[in-house]
Write a protein that binds this ligand. Structure first.
Ligand code: PEP
Ligand code: MG
Length: 925
C-alpha cells in the first residue's frame, strides 16, 4: 500500500487515502465517453484540446464528421492500474452504436464499412508526440466493400495498406522501417518514384506483404475484427502518453505528467479519393507576424498526416481557390466564424472529400512571440477583447524572446539560400546533420545548427540541443516549424534550394557551394535567410525601445514595438507589484531605470570590494586586534562615492543597500597558491614572514561549508567597525545628496539574519552612526533599516524579527539553498538533470519558486511579519524576482515589490500586470 501511494505521489497523482482500495480510483458513476454533441471547448481537462474543440465546432453547426471522445479520466485510470476502467467497454459500445446509426453503416461492415480514426488529444497540444491510427475498420472482408462504395479499387487498397502500416507501427510496435522498405521495394519493382503511381494491384500485393511483416514480427495475424482494431488502437493511444519522446516534450514545455490524453474516435473522411479531394491546414492569421490573410498549406489527393509530416510538398492555401472555389469560400467563412467565436488566431485541419469540406480540428493556434503581441493589440482594436484579456494573450517568456539580438543586416554576409521564416531569432552555429551529433557537440560546448531534410519526433533531442533548426522541406506547419515555434527556437524550414545530404553530412547550395559538417552557418528565423559563416548580431528593436533609443510614438516605429509599448502600458496600469532592480553600479542602475525599475531592491556591496579594494578588505579581515582602522578609513570614502553615484542615478526612488555578505574566503588568497608560495620560499631560504602569517590566518578562517559559515550579519558582528563603516558611508552619501538638493531614499539591509537578536545589535549601532551623521551634516535622513529573510529560522520567527525591521526582502536564493539543503553553486551542474529526468521537479527550484516548500515559508513569514507590523514593506530580491511564474506567486502572497536583474525588469513588469489582471478577473467571477 505504502509503495502504491508513494508511486502515485511521485507521478504527481494525488494519493488515495490509506483506508481506500487504491485500485478503485473512479466512482462507478463516472462518464468516460462523450459524443461530440455533448462537449464544449471549456472541457479541455476532460476531453483534451482536440476533443473539446471538435465538440465546440459541432455545436457551432460546422461540418465535423460525427464521433465521440474518451476522457482523460479513463486514460488516467488505465495509466494508474494498467487496465481500462471496467465501464469503458460498454460506454464505447453505446456510443459506437449511436455513431453507426447516425452514419447508417456498421464499423467494418463488409459491403459498406464505417471507418474511424482513433486520435490522441491531450489538454495541451503535443504535436506529433502521441499516436493516431486512421482507417480503423478495414479488413480483408471490408476492403472490397469500400472499393465498391468509393468506386475506386486503388483507393480502398491504399487505405488498407495505410491502416496496416500505421497500426503495425504504433499499435503492434513493428519497426516502421520494415513497411517503408517494402513500399520502396514495390516502387522500385514497378520503376516509379511516388506512391500515387502504384495501382490497385500493386497495393493489393503490398497489403499481403505488410500482413506478412506483421505476422513475422509479432507472431500474430493482423487483427481482422474491427472492434478489436479499435480497442487496441485506443489502448495504444493511452500508452503513447508515456513514450520517451512524449515525456521529454512535456518536460520541455512544462506540461504536467499526470494529465493523460483523451482519445477521439471520429468517422473517417477521405482526402485521398482523387484530385477533387485533399487535405490541408490553415491559420486565421499569419502565426509568424500576426497579419490577417490566407495562410496555410493544401495537399491534393492526400490523407491525414501527410501535410503536417512535411513529406510531400504542399501548395499555398490561396491556390485552393483555383482548385475548388466552393470549398475555398466555405473555408474562408468558417475561418471567420472561428476567429470571431474564439476571439483569437485559430489553426485548422480540414479535409475535402470529393468536393465536400470537413473540419477535422481547430484550436487556438501557436504563434511566435512577436505575433502574440501584435495579435493581442489587433484584437483590442477590433473590439474582440479588452486590455485585461490582451494581457493574458502574451507572457514574459515571449517578451524575453523578443529581447534577443538579431542579425546585423548592414554587415557583410554571404546568403546561400532562403526558406520559410518559421520561428524567429538569429542563430549561429556549426552545421550538424543528425540529432546525435547535435547533442554530442552541444554537450561539449559547441553551438550547433541542426540541418535536416525534414524533422520528425525522433529529432526532438537534437532540436533542444541546437541553437536553431534548418530544413530543406516542409512548410510552416511541418514538424520542424511547429515544434521549434513551441520551443522558442529559431527555425528556417523548406529551404528547397539547399540540398541536404544527411548521409554524407553535407549541404549543397544552388551554386554548388558545399557546407560540410562543422562549417559555421547563420540562420534568420524572421526572414528565412540562410548564410554561410557567422553573421554579426545587433540588439532587438524591443530592447532599443526599452533603452529609449526607439520611440513607439514615432510614425516609422516598428509595429512590434508599438504593440509591446501598448501591452506594457496596460500592464503598468493594472499591476500592484512594484518592480525594482538588483544593481550595484550606476550604469546598471541607469539601465534599470530606463527599463522601468522603480528603485533598487538589492545593491550587493561585496561587488564594490573587488579589484584593488580587495587587498584593503584582506587587511581588515586579518587584523589581529581591533579593526584595522586604517583599512576602514581607506574604504569609507570609496564606498561613499559608490553610494553617491547610485543615489544620484536613482534619485527619488528607493535604493536598498545590503551590507557585506559573502563568505570570507572570497576575499582571501587561495589557500593552495599561498601554501605553494610559502613552501617554495622555505626551500629557497627566502624571507616569507608575511606569507606565512597570511597562510596561518587563512587556515584559521578556512571553512568546510563557507555558505553556512562566517558571512552576512555574522561578519558584521565579529569584525568590529565593518558594518558601522558601511552605514556611515551610506548615511554620509545620503546627506551629501540631500544637501545637493537630491532626493536619496536609502534603505539599509542586513543579510543572513537568523534571529532578532542579531538584528537588534546591528540596528542599535547603525542608529547611532546615522544620528551622528545627521547631526554633523545638519539633515534628517529618514533611513530605514530592514533585513533579508533568507534562512528558514528567520522565516519561522518572522513575527519576532519584524519588531526590529522596517522591511523584509526575501532572499529566495539562500532560502531555497537552506530549505532544500542544496548547495546553490553545485547542484544544478551535478545532479539536477537526473532529478528533472525523474520528474522530482519539473523545473529547478532555483529558477521558479518552490511554492509548496520555500513558497510556504515566504507566505507565512509575510503574514507573520505584517501581523507584528502592519506597515512592514515586503519584497523579494532572489533570482525568482524576475521569473514569470514566481512573480505571480509573489503577487498572490501580497509582497509589495519584486527585484530582479535589469534585463528582466520588463518581463517582471509584464507578469506583475498579468498577475493583477488575472486576480481581478477571478475576483469578479
Ligand atoms: C538571496 O539569497 O536570494 C540573495 C538575493 O542574496 P545572494 O544571492 O546575494 O546570496
Ligand atoms: Mg543571500
Amino acid at each position: 500500500m505504502f509503495l502504491a501511494v508513494r508511486a502515485a505521489r511521485r507521478r504527481g497523482v494525488s494519493a488515495v487515502p490509506e483506508t481506500q482500495d487504491p485500485h478503485v480510483t473512479q466512482p462507478s458513476s463516472a462518464k468516460f465517453v462523450y459524443d461530440f454533441t455533448e462537449g464544449n471547448r471549456d472541457l479541455k481537462d476532460l476531453l483534451g484540446g482536440k476533443g473539446a474543440n471538435l465538440a465546440e465546432m459541432t455545436n457551432l453547426g460546422l461540418p465535423v464528421p460525427p464521433g465521440f471522445t474518451i476522457t482523460t479520466e479513463a486514460c488516467k485510470v488505465y495509466l494508474e492500474s494498467g487496465t481500462e476502467p471496467a465501464a469503458l467497454r460498454a460506454e464505447v459500445s453505446q456510443h459506437l452504436d449511436a455513431l453507426e446509426q447516425k452514419m447508417g453503416k456498421k464499423l467494418g461492415q463488409a459491403d459498406d464499412p464505417l471507418l474511424v480514426s482513433v486520435r490522441s488529444g491531450a489538454k495541451f497540444s503535443m504535436p506529433g508526440m502521441m499516436d493516431t491510427v486512421l482507417n480503423i475498420g478495414l479488413s480483408d472482408a471490408s476492403v472490397s466493400g469500400l472499393a465498391a462504395q468509393a468506386g475506386d479499387e486503388r483507393f480502398a487498397w491504399d487505405s488498407y495498406r495505410r491502416l496496416i502500416q500505421m497500426f503495425g507501427k504504433t499499435v503492434l510496435g513493428v519497426d516502421g522501417e520494415l513497411f517503408e522498405e517494402a513500399l520502396e521495394e514495390a516502387k522500385r519493382a514497378k520503376g516509379v518514384r511516388v506512391d500515387v503511381e502504384l495501382d490497385a494491384a500493386d497495393l493489393q500485393n503490398l497489403v499481403a506483404h505488410f500482413k506478412d511483416v506483421v505476422a513475422k514480427e509479432t507472431g500474430r495475424d493482423f487483427p481482422q475484427d474491427p472492434r478489436e482494431q479499435m480497442d487496441l488502437a485506443i489502448r495504444a493511444v493511452f500508452d503513447s502518453w508515456n513514450t520517451d519522446r512524449a515525456k521529454l516534450y512535456r518536460r520541455q514545455e512544462r506540461i504536467p505528467g499526470d494529465l493523460g490524453t483523451a482519445v477521439n474516435v471520429c468517422s473517417m473522411v477521405f482526402g485521398n479519393l482523387g484530385p477533387d479531394s485533399g487535405t490541408g491546414v490553415a491559420f486565421t492569421r499569419d502565426p509568424a507576424s500576426g497579419q490577417q490573410g490566407v495562410y496555410g498549406d493544401y495537399l491534393q489527393n492526400a490523407q491525414g498526416e501527410d501535410v503536417v509530416a512535411g513529406i510531400r510538398n504542399t501548395v499555398p492555401l490561396a491556390d485552393l481557390e483555383n482548385i475548388d472555389k466552393a470549398s475555398y469560400d466555405q473555408l474562408m467563412q468558417i475561418m471567420e466564424t472561428l476567429e470571431t467565436h474564439y476571439k483569437d488566431l485559430c489553426d485548422i485541419e480540414f479535409t475535402i472529400e470529393r468536393g465536400k469540406l470537413w473540419m477535422l480540428q481547430t484550436r487556438v493556434g501557436k504563434r511566435t512571440a512577436g505575433a502574440a503581441f501584435r495579435i493581442a493589440t489587433q484584437l483590442v482594436d477590433q473590439g474582440l477583447i479588452d486590455e485585461a484579456e490582451a494581457l493574458q494573450r502574451v507572457n514574459g517568456a515571449q517578451l524575453a524572446q523578443l529581447m534577443f539580438p538579431r542579425f546585423d543586416l548592414g554587415a557583410k554576409s554571404e546568403m546561400i539560400g532562403r526558406g520559410i521564416a518559421a520561428s524567429p531569432g538569429a542563430a549561429v552555429g556549426k552545421a550538424v546533420f543528425d540529432s546525435y551529433t547535435a547533442v554530442k557537440w552541444s554537450r561539449s560546448g559547441e553551438k550547433v545548427i541542426l540541418i535536416r531534410r525534414e524533422t520528425n519526433p525522433d529529432d526532438l533531442n537534437g532540436m533542444i540541443a541546437a541553437e536553431g533548426i534548418l530544413t530543406s522541406r516542409g512548410g510552416k506547419t511541418s514538424h520542424a516549424a511547429v515544434v521549434a515555434r513551441g520551443m522558442g527556437k529559431t527555425c528556417v524550414c523548406g529551404a528547397e534550394e539547399l540540398e541536404v545530404d544527411t548521409k554524407s553530412r553535407r549541404m549543397t547550395t544552388q551554386d554548388g557551394t558545399v557546407i560540410e559538417e562543422g562549417d559555421v552557418v547563420s540562420i534568420d528565423g524572421s526572414t528565412g535567410k540562410v548564410y554561410a559563416g557567422e553573421v554579426p548580431v545587433v540588439p532587438s528593436p524591443v530592447v532599443e525601445y526599452f533603452e529609449g533609443r526607439m520611440h513607439a510614438g514615432a510614425d516609422d516605429a516598428d509595429e512590434l514595438v508599438k504593440a509591446v509599448h501598448r501591452i506594457m502600458a496596460y500592464a503598468d496600469r493594472v499591476r500592484r507589484l512594484r518592480v525594482r532592480a538588483n544593481a550595484d553600479n550606476a550604469e546598471d542602475a541607469a539601465r534599470a531605470r530606463r527599463f522601468g525599475a522603480q528603485g533598487i531592491g538589492l545593491c550587493r556591496t561585496e561587488h564594490m570590494f573587488l579589484g584593488e579594494r580587495r587587498e584593503m578588505v584582506e587587511r581588515l579581515i586579518l587584523a589581529d586586534t581591533d579593526a584595522d582602522k586604517a583599512a576602514l578609513e581607506e574604504l569609507l570614502p570609496l564606498q561613499k562615492a559608490d553610494f553617491i553615484e547610485l543615489f544620484e542615478s536613482m534619485d527619488g526612488l528607493p535604493v536598498t543597500v545590503r551590507l557585506l555578505d559573502p563568505p570570507l574566503h572570497e576575499f582571501l588568497p587561495d589557500i593552495t597558491d599561498l601554501s605553494v608560495r610559502v613552501a617554495l620560499a622555505e626551500a629557497r631560504h627566502e624571507k616569507h614572514e608575511n606569507d606565512l602569517r597570511l597562510l596561518q590566518a587563512v587556515h584559521k578562517l578556512h571553512e568546510q561549508n563557507p555558505m553556512l559559515g562566517l558571512r552576512g550579519v555574522r561578519l558584521g558582528l565579529v569584525i568590529p567597525g565593518l558594518f558601522a563603516m558601511q552605514v556611515r558611508a551610506i548615511a554620509e552619501a545620503a546627506a551629501e545628496r540631500k544637501n545637493a538638493k537630491g532626493d536619496p531614499r536609502a534603505e539599509i539591509m542586513i543579510p543572513l539574519v537568523g534571529t532578532v537578536q542579531e538584528l537588534e545589535i546591528v540596528r542599535e549601532e547603525a542608529e547611532q552612526v546615522i544620528a551622528e551623521v545627521e547631526k554633523t551634516h545638519g539633515v534628517e535622513l529618514k533611513l530605514t533599516l530592514g533585513t533579508m529573510i533568507e534562512l528558514p529560522r528567520a522565516a519561522l520567527t518572522a513575527g519576532q524579527i519584524a519588531e526590529s525591521a522596517d522591511f523584509f526582502s526575501f532572499g529566495t536564493n539562500d532560502l531555497t539553498q537552506t530549505v532544500w539543503g542544496f548547495s546553490r553553486d553545485d547542484v544544478e551542474a551535478s545532479f539536477f538533470t537526473a532529478y528533472l529526468e525523474k520528474g522530482i521537479f519539473g523545473v529547478s527550484p532555483f529558477e521558479t519558486i518552490d511554492k509548496d516548500g520555500v513558497g510556504s515559508l515566504v507566505r507565512n513569514a509575510a503574514a507573520a511579519g505584517r501581523a507584528t507590523r502592519p506597515d512592514l514593506k515586503l519584497g523579494v530580491c532572489g533570482e525568482h524576482g524576475g521569473d514569470p511564474e514566481s512573480v505571480h506567486f509573489f503577487h498572490e502572497v501580497g509582497l509589495d515589490y519584486v527585484s530582479c536583474s535589469p534585463f528582466r525588469i520588463p518581463v517582471a513588469r509584464l507578469e506583475a500586470g498579468r498577475a493583477a489582471a488575472e486576480s481581478k478577473g477571478s475576483d469578479s467571477r
